[in-house]
Ligand binder design. Structure first.
Ligand code: NDP
Ligand code: 8X3
Length: 257
């Protein structure tokens, strides 16, 4: 229930990693939160914790790949939850790391449907309210994989290049309404990302972060907060954020482990 007159932020994929850290950061900044994800147990637990910090929370369980579920969950929000000022399009994943000729169709569908179509469904539902109120800030979580391609990154890189293109495009569309669009493009962030990419192979996932200090979800939440708290006349369009030990998607400085 939203009982206080705090601004409202919606974060997709708040059950883990970057989305979870962003929920806590925006709670600290004084936002009431709509948090989403598919794992109800986690959403319930996070909701309890945020409420104990004085944040009002509307927890919503749905799959961003399902346009009907997105419309049902976000299309008719009760007052005052419909007054979303900040949208963080974060829900996303990589599945698989194979050359194109060996890729699994199911992995491809999941990435395309979540990273591109899910982001579109949510934005299509939420942005008209921002336009009506003449106020809003949309964050799209892209990736260094949306700026470069790397071996076997094929479809994941394509989805994040699409996020890059959509961020530029929606910035143009939102221009007359004063709505900011910021794309955040992280390098390696240690979350559940690699575990999902490698289909729950813990050894492969852990190996990704060996020999250097990756970013944490909290680091990306700080970047979102820094763009969000600038003066009204400033918009950070694009932020590429790397661990110090990572120059680009392929060049890491790793210590022997
Ligand atoms: P996590 O796997 O830790 O978190 C992913 C979040 O997305 C979870 O909350 C998950 O919730 C949600 N999600 C995934 N699929 C769906 C779906 N179909 N419907 C609804 N929610 C979904 O990964 P990260 O925090 O690392 O990833 C967040 C974003 O950051 C992604 O877009 C990713 O591509 C991007 N990114 C990550 C980087 C990294 O190195 N970690 C680097 C660059 C970008 P649930 O399972 O409960 O539905
Ligand atoms: C996640 C970072 O380099 O694994 O988007 O694609 S990377």
């Amino acid at each position: 229930m939203n009982t206080t007159h705090k601004p409202i932020a919606l974060i997709t994929g708040a059950t883990s990693g970057i989305g979870l850290a962003t929920a806590y950061k925006l709670s600290e900044l004084g936002y009431n939160l709509i948090i989403t994800g598919r794992r109800k147990d986690r959403i319930d637990d996070i909701t309890r914790q945020l409420i104990s910090k004085g944040t009002d929370v509307l927890p919503l369980i749905f799959d961003v790949r399902d346009p009907q579920a997105v419309a049902k969950s976000l299309g008719n929000l009760p007052e005052p939850w419909e007054h979303i000022e900040v949208l963080v399009n974060n829900a996303g994943l990589a599945a698989g790391l194979e050359p194109i000729q060996e890729g699994l169709l199911d992995d491809w569908e999941r990435m395309i449907d979540t990273n591109i179509k899910g982001l579109l469904y949510v934005t299509r539902t939420v942005s008209p309210g921002m336009i009506k109120r003449g106020k809003g800030h949309i964050f799209n979580i892209g990736s260094i994989a949306g700026k470069e391609v790397y071996p076997n990154g094929n479809v994941y890189c394509a989805t994040k290049h699409a996020v890059d293109a959509l961020s530029q495009a929606m910035r143009i569309d939102m221009l007359p309404y004063g709505i900011k669009v910021t794309q955040i493009c992280p390098g390696a962030v240690e979350t559940e990302f690699s575990l999902i990419r490698f289909h729950n192979d813990r050894n492969k996932a852990d190996a990704v972060y060996k020999g250097f200090t990756p970013l944490k979800g909290e680091d990306i939440a700080e970047c979102i907060a820094s763009a969000l708290t600038l003066q009204a006349n400033i918009c950070i369009n694009d932020m590429v954020v790397m661990p110090v030990a990572q120059a680009n998607s392929r060049n890491f400085f790793k210590k022997e482990v």
